[in-house]
Design a protein around this ligand. Structure first.
Ligand code: KG4
Ligand code: ZN
Length: 341
């Protein structure tokens, strides 16, 4: 079964064709970064307009690269939540219309299920496992028992981790988007130059929760308070120390979830899953099986959407023409299921 997956929740216009939820036949991602860089962040109105301009050429390119026509496609899928409303609506409306005009099944996909599924495109991973979803919009630690059976154990009480990377980079004028820039600068820095504070979320209620606003404030407004004598106060050193604390925060909560559930497999997804220090810290845990998506599947892409959609389709699910977009997902509350049809 060949599924054409469309992703337009933020600032990438993406389309991929995936066979049987596994084999990527094409994966086209048109990034809008140059258009948003001048504003040092995503401008929702510009994002929506670029999606409108690019969606048709991107879908055509995905078909061309897979050497297929629309007749060869068995079903269409689009991201419908969470994300920027205007951006989501472009990919969702395009996908629904295409499916309706071709009389083919349509599936609307939760973007976060897609991020988790990215690792499944490259590996055979048995359930259950502990999921780590770290992106520009979310930081979630969850127990995953099936492709759409996800129990949120912990989340951020304030900013997401990607947001903290982006805001620190923005404040220090390091460039946009901040995550990969900080990751690269940190490689040249000394992480012991600053001892930034870890969040104090130790109550039972927050056992698996993370927090990044305190760290962000410390790095941006109180940097010198946490400086260790003998080291340079360089941007590289600041990046290395900030990244170290951010990753330690995630890993400490993740390991609590691992210990409490006894699950030894961890599957990461989302833009921040590309972070080299996070990968290194988890690779050191040789007692665990930590799986990261290939770098090109960490960020937003259509392959992860087509991959998840295959499993919904196999189960006989279909999304109606009345399916709409949602900017946020209330199911991200702890203890609730991320997605259940
Ligand atoms: O998953 P994604 O592409 O979009 C959302 O769903 O939000 O994630 C984007 C986020 C941004 O905050 C970006 O700075 C961050 O992922 N990111 C990174 C790295 N590459 C991207 N953060 C840390 N280290 C990286 N190497
Ligand atoms: Zn994403």
């Amino acid at each position: 079964m060949k599924v054409l997956g469309i992703e337009s929740s933020c600032d990438e216009t993406a389309c991929a064709i995936v066979e049987d939820g596994k084999t990527i036949l094409s994966n086209v991602v048109a990034t809008q970064i140059p258009f948003h860089r001048v504003y040092k962040g995503v401008v929702p109105e510009i994002a929506s307009r670029k999606h409108v301009e690019w969606i048709l050429p991107v879908v055509k390119q995905a078909l061309k690269e897979a050497n297929l026509t629309l007749d060869d496609i068995d079903a269409i899928a689009s991201t419908n939540r969470p994300g920027l409303m205007g951006s989501l609506l472009v990919g969702l409306t395009f996908g629904k219309t295409l499916a309706w005009s071709l009389n083919k099944p349509f599936i609307a996909v939760n973007h976060m299920l897609g991020h988790l599924y990215a690792s499944h495109l490259a590996n055979d991973i048995p359930y259950p496992y502990i999921g780590l979803l770290v992106s520009g919009g979310h930081s979630i630690i969850c127990k995953v028992s099936g492709f759409d059976d996800i129990e949120v154990m912990g989340t951020t009480v304030d900013d997401s981790v990607g947001e903290a990377f982006d805001k620190v980079a923005k404040f220090y004028g390091l460039g946009y988007p901040g995550g990969v820039i900080i990751d690269n600068m940190a490689k040249k820095g000394e992480r012991r130059a600053f001892s930034f504070p870890m969040p104090k979320l130790d109550s039972a209620e927050h056992r698996y929760d993370v927090s990044f606003s305190g760290l962000k404030t410390a790095v941006i407004h109180q940097r010198d308070m946490f400086w260790n004598e003998g080291y340079e106060k360089s941007d590289e050193n600041m990046c290395a120390a900030f990244q170290e604390t951010a990753c330690k925060t995630i890993v400490s909560r993740l390991l609590r979830a691992v210990d409490d559930t006894g699950l030894k497999t961890v599957v990461a997804g989302g833009g921040v899953a590309a972070n080299s220090r996070l990968r290194e810290m988890l690779a050191e845990r040789t007692d665990l099986n930590c799986i990261f998506p290939p770098l090109k599947l960490c960020g937003d892409n259509g392959a992860m959407i087509a991959g998840v959609a295959y499993h919904f389709l196999q189960r006989g699910d279909r999304s109606g023409i009345d399916t709409t977009a949602c900017a946020r997902i209330p199911q991200f509350k702890k203890g609730l299921q991320l997605h259940r049809r």
